[in-house]
Structure formats: C-alpha cells, structure tokens
Design a protein around this ligand. Sequence first.
Ligand SMILES: *Cc1c(COP(=O)(O)O)cnc(C)c1O
Length: 463
Amino acid sequence: MQYVSTRGSAPTLDFAGVTLAGLANDGGLYVPAEWPQFSRDEIASMRGLPYAELAARVMQPFVGDCLTPESLRGLTAKAYGRFAHAAVTPLTQLDERQWLLELFHGPTLAFKDVALQMLGLLFEEFLAREDGTLTIVGATSGDTGSAAIDAVAGLDRVEIFMLHPKGRVSDVQRRQMTTVRAPNVHNIAIDGSFDDAQAMVKRIFADRDVTAKHRIGAVNSINWARLMAQVVYYFAASLQLGGPEREVAFSVPTGNFGDVFAGHVAERIGLPIKRLIVATNTNDILYRALSNGDYSTGTVTPTAAPSMDIQVSSNFERLLFDVGGRDGIALAEQMRGFEASKAMQLTNAQRDGAAALFTSMRADEDDMARAMRWACEDCAEIVDPHTAIGLHAARAVELPHDVPVVTLATAHPAKFPDAVERSTGTRPSLPARVGDLFAREEAYTELPGTYEAVRDHILGHAA
Ligand SMILES: *Cc1c(COP(=O)(O)O)cnc(C)c1O
C-alpha cells in the first residue's frame, strides 16, 4: 500500500514511512493512493471476532507489506489488551433506535486511546528496525495529549513535547498529562487556543533549524495510522447491528474531523453506512462548510466540550481531497488561499461529494445539556458533554426510522465532572484504573504563545 499527499508534491511513502512522518513535507496529509475493498462476504465473515482480531483484519490492507499478519495480530492483541472492557468498544442501547458506542475504556478514558495505544507500538516497531529515534511534537485540546503520553511514556526511542492551551483543558485532562513523570515526556502550557498550538506544531514540521537536528513525528490525527485504527470500531458496531446486510448511521462529536473521517474510510472500503452525522458545538466551521460550503474561521469560543473547540479541522483536507477529484495540485492552491485569508468556498464537486454521505448538526450549550438530561433521566446513562452533542445530533437528524443511529461516546463522563453535574445533578466518579490522579505532583512549563518561545524550548530540551 502506497500513500500520497493531499497537496500532490511530497514523495509517496509506504505505511511505515507515513507512520513516522506525520505531516507530508509539502504541508499536506497522507492518504492511501487507492482504497482497498472488502466484499460483503468478507465483512460478514468478521462477525463475532474478538476486537483485536477484527482490528488486525481491517488494518492489514493498509499496513501492506510493512508488518506480517502475525506481527500485526501481536500488536493489536497487546494494544487492546490494555482496555478495561473485554469488548474494547462495547455498544449500549438507549432506546429503540439510539445506541452508544463506548470508546472510553482505555487507560486515559477517551477514544484517543483506541488509536494511540496502537500508534505507540507501531513507533517502537518501526524505529527499532532502523535503529532510529523520534521527537514527537503535538498539540492537544485535552484528550490526545494524555492518550499519547500514556502510549509513549518510558519508550527509549521516542521523546514527546505536548502543547496544551493554558486553562482551557479540564483538571482531569491536565493532570493525566502533567503527572506522568518519565524522562521522555515534556508538557508545555501555552498562552493561546488549541488552534494556535496546532499552528505552531505545523510550523515545527517545516522548520529546517529543528528538522535538521531531530526527526519530528506526529501523534495528532494528521497521522494516518491513527485514523486507520479508528476505522475498526465502525466495523465492530455495524457487525453487531446487522451489518453488512443492514445500513447503520453514526453520529460523531467532531473537532479535528479525524474520527468522522475514519467513518468515511470505513464506507469507502465497503462497510454499508447510511449517514455520517458531523456533530459540532458552537464552534461550527464544519457545520457551515457542510451546510452551505462556507469554510471560514471565526474566533474560538470555549465550551463545556473543549475537545471540539476547534476552528480549523485539519482532517477536513483529507475529505476535500478524496471527494473533490483527488487533485493535489489544485487542493494545494485552495489551501494556500485558505491559510492566507482564513476563508474558502468549497468547490461544487467537494460539496456534492461530501453531501452524499455527511450531514452536519450543531448543538449549543442548551442542546447539549438537554441531551445529557435525556440520557440520564430516560435511559439511565450518564454521558460526557462531547457525547451529549453527538446524541443531540443523532436525535435531531432525519433518517428512515428503521436505521439504527450509533453515537460515538468519545469520553468517560468523569473527565468532565463539573459540566455533567451542572446538567444532571450527578457527579460522576473516576474509575479506579486512573489511580490517585489528584494526589500526584504535576510538572509542566508555561510559555508565551509565540512560535519562537516554543521552538527554542524544544531545541533546548530535546535529547
Ligand atoms: C478529540 C475528541 C473529539 C474530536 O475528535 P476529532 O477526531 O478531533 O474530530 C471529540 N470528543 C472527545 C472527547 C475528544 O477527545
């Protein structure tokens, strides 16, 4: 399997290459040169497989020759063995047609673990082969940081610098990053928003002063391997609800468009999906883009669902590439225009291509709180604010009544106890597996929100 850049001029790479590269060197994102195909029979034959086995089956064509089937199975067994539920991503029924796919049974209580536990093992495997090292630079709106740090803490060949927007992540999220005391882990709080942090990370990848000394890697969902791992749970949910013979819709609380893009991939490779519902909060650039083609940034408003407080959704570029004719040179031009003016209009091909599978719904804080109360009072389920936004969208969208709607439950409610308590009156408690999070000492560096401050810190502290 070969991978190409969405901006058309970076070298094609194999799976090991894209896993270690992160961002392409033309500023684009890597996508498979073509989509592998699973037939209905092949998909039906996956029914009932343990999650780790299913994962190896779905990932194999994307991995190509870079891992043997046996070694891939070894890695999925190890990654998913760390989850606290035997089903890894269990499905819960809410009413006749609404379902929750619980993606928060990993070590740091959000869906990011599903991909990052796998990514940490892939880094280790591919770096050992070439006796190399990797300096990861990442930006987090909360959950990626903790999941990535858990996945790589203590690894010999990997060092991680994680930027978070100061004061804009929850206490649980921050402590899950800053209380991990391993020599290869560096936490940085910057003055600014998640988008500011993400823009700095993109600059690091293009900064020769840094890349001449260090091989820079990515753990954000710009890394293809993350999206690949997330395709698996769409298969797992569909198979349990009658797929591939029956179409299922998914509602996905969306920020950087990674999780829902994995749903698009699942559909492209053969899984029958009726609709993908892109649920946004009031930071609604994706809602506007998918509703009327207007992809223009506003200012970021902090909400109770911080992992969705994003105005520039990196992975949306992958969708624009795939549904807009796969013309990297034209897309590079379009993205340059966007980066200069912070606004662009989708082409007709991009709009029509996206409309074939995607619908978007926007939830404000009241919609979110109401969905949380509905889950609590009518279904006896406590959901987190991100999941509640997905649930609002799942219940608001118009679909044939025989189509089951699966909302991706992206975080454990105990990651956001204040917001949950405000809406439901119930304060969720942390599961025992996170241990004494509030007793452990924190360590992080505060930096001003300038690129130079961050670059100099990384150059000064990287091994
Ligand atoms: C990261 C995250 C999201 C957004 O996922 P994207 O892949 O960035 O769209 C939603 N909910 C939670 C809890 C998250 O951690």
